[in-house]
Design a protein around this ligand. Structure first.
Ligand SMILES: NC(=O)C1=CN([C@@H]2O[C@H](COP(=O)(O)OP(=O)(O)OC[C@H]3O[C@@H](n4cnc5c(N)ncnc54)[C@H](O)[C@@H]3O)[C@@H](O)[C@H]2O)[C@@H](O)CC1
Ligand SMILES: Nc1ncnc2c1ncn2[C@@H]1O[C@H](COP(=O)(O)OP(=O)(O)O)[C@@H](O)[C@H]1O
Ligand SMILES: [K+]
Length: 501
């Protein structure tokens, strides 16, 4: 896991690294700037391109000055440095880098308080005005400058974080931020990059390693973690010789109505392909033909709207409930029944979540470690409206702890929130996966992993990772416009095999 630190913790990590590793503050800045330049030279190889580097007078500005010097040394000839001199304070490393820069033949202009901004014709703007030291929304001269830069058609590359963007915490709506085409972020993505509210400010981000002390960053035990391939590799378990279907559990998927049988087929087929030993789908009578003709491996428990069901809950090692289930009396009866009679953690999605929202008393009956897999709207139906994702994430932490459950809050970087207060951001999946039915597949996968005796938290982490990874493997090589949930389900065995290779 890559620990994701808050701006405050990043400052602590910088300070710890400087005092405990053989690197001085100025050399750490040199290292960060070099990492930025390494990326820049690869992506903007044209040495004749006109580049304006906008610098503040803190350490982000110091990076900007060092970057300008290094670009000059790499042969970039059309450089222009602008220093926002809106405060008379500067950091020592900024001063050192300014002294180094003025030795070179690069034009440097100071932007003074209240002054009109000069015309800007550069093709590329490097934003090194403010970094993680931002302590409030931009106002005054900085706000004016941000709006001016946003009005330019130049490509914009931000150093560490776009100026005005909050690394963590709630951002005021419509805070002035310099919109970046690319952000080159030091060491880790900033937490707010991973929440959808960042979409209007950050087109794309990449990280470069600057060698902050891992001993220290790990010791902070940050609640926020980034889930990567090595983590999925550590979680996935191989299948053994002499194992049989009994070894891998019996999953029960309660899903589908006559009109939404597809949801039941998607979740139960994903359950099958993710490796459950046996899969039984609880579906309406009308869906039997579809189930048998598409997936003869899957067994059925048939239900009719007006019938009392007698389910042998003991037969099953995992239960997933909700995809396409509808909200009729039979659906509520099934949900109440599972909560009453099934002792192990369950996976609740879609209509099961809507039923829980309408009958909040049932939330308290969720077996410990159960998993809810809401998207944003389902989440807000369950736990109230939220104005932004930071708030929503904090509510999820509170509710997960209060109810003793895992919450998988689906999005681009799906969040897995555990009852112990951890928030894992998933690193896989892509916009080609924005198709109805994708969530049904995820429910099937997680249920399947629980049937195979993964702990609920592990099932969430591995399930969300492989779901997105299968989507990436299908979409990214040919830049596919869309991938379908059926394709994802079919792909799972290969995706899982690769993680074991
Ligand atoms: N040794 C280090 O600490 C390293 C820091 N690095 C860089 O340093 C940056 C952080 O530097 P600093 O902590 O100096 O902070 P910044 O450069 O982000 O900001 C400098 C100053 O701006 C002022 N400020 C904050 N919010 C403002 C606002 N809304 N309007 C106007 N002024 C505002 C504050 O007084 C703050 O001290 C990182 O983002 C990164 O780019 C890197 O060089 C890596 C090493
Ligand atoms: N734009 C996107 N970028 C990355 N992943 C996406 C995107 N859109 C959807 N996904 C993935 O697809 C899933 C969508 O789930 P959900 O909204 O519940 O789908 P549905 O309700 O259609 O079944 C999420 O798990 C998410 O990871
Ligand atoms: K910046």
């Amino acid at each position: 896991m890559l620990p994701l630190l808050t701006a405050q913790q990043i400052r602590e990590a910088d300070a710890y690294t400087i005092s405990n590793e053989p690197v001085s503050s100025i050399d750490l800045m040199e290292r960060a700037s070099k990492a930025f330049v390494g990326w820049f030279v690869n992506h903007y190889p044209d040495r004749k391109e006109s580049i304006a580097v906008y610098c503040g007078s803190g350490n982000n500005g110091g990076d900007g000055l060092a970057i300008s010097r290094m670009l000059f040394e790499h042969g970039y000839t059309q450089l222009d440095v602008k220093i926002a001199s809106y405060s008379n304070r500067s950091t020592a490393d900024f001063d050192t880098n300014l002294a180094r820069l003025i030795q070179l033949a690069i034009p440097i202009t100071a932007l003074l308080p209240g002054e009109d901004l000069l015309q800007e014709n550069a093709a590329i703007i490097i934003d090194a005005l403010l970094g993680t030291g931002l302590n409030k929304a931009l106002s005054g001269d900085y706000e004016k400058l941000a709006k001016f830069i946003n009005g330019l058609s130049a490509g914009k590359v931000a150093v560490d974080i776009p100026t005005g963007f909050f690394a963590d915490g709630e951002m005021p709506v419509d805070a002035p931020v310099i919109k970046a085409d690319v952000v080159i972020s030091f060491q880790q993505p900033k937490i707010n990059f991973l929440l959808p509210d960042s979409a209007k400010y950050v087109d794309c981000w990449q990280t470069v390693n600057i060698g902050l002390s891992e001993t220290f960053t790990n010791s902070l035990d940050s609640p926020y973690q980034f889930l990567e391939e090595k983590d999925a590799r550590a979680l996935i378990k191989p299948r053994h010789h002499f194992s049989n279907k009994g070894t891998y559990g019996h999953a029960f998927i309660i899903a589908g109505e006559a009109e939404t049988m597809g949801a039941a087929l998607l979740s139960s087929s994903a359950c099958l392909y993710a490796g459950a030993g046996l899969t039984t789908a609880c579906i309406p009578q009308a869906g039997l033909f579809a189930l048998n003709s598409s997936h003869p491996e899957i067994m059925a428990v048939l239900r009719q709207d007006d019938e009392q069901l007698n389910i042998e809950w003991d037969k099953y090692t995992a239960v997933g409930i909700g995809p396409g289930l509808g909200k009729k009396a039979i659906a509520l009866q099934l949900l109440s029944d599972v909560l009453e009679r099934f002792c192990n953690p369950i996976v609740a999605d879609a209509d099961a979540l809507n039923l829980l929202a309408e009958n909040p008393i049932l939330l308290k009956k969720l077996p410990a470690e159960s998993i809810l897999t809401p998207h944003m709207k389902e989440f807000d139906r369950l736990f109230g409206e939220h104005n932004n994702w930071w708030q929503r994430m904090q509510t999820a932490r509170v509710k997960a702890a209060e109810l003793g459950i895992n919450i998988v809050l689906k999005n681009d970087y799906t969040l897995i929130i555990t009852p112990h207060g951890k928030v894992y951001f998933n690193s896989t999946s892509n916009p080609a996966m924005a198709t109805g039915g994708m969530g049904d597949v995820l429910t099937g996968i997680i249920t399947s992993l629980i049937a195979q005796k993964y702990q609920p938290e592990e099932a969430c982490l591995l399930g969300v990772y492989i779901h997105g990874k299968a989507g990436d493997e299908l979409a990214l090589p040919d830049r596919a416009y869309v991938v379908t949930p059926t394709q994802i389900a079919n792909r799972l065995p290969a995706t899982m095999a690769k993680l074991l290779a």
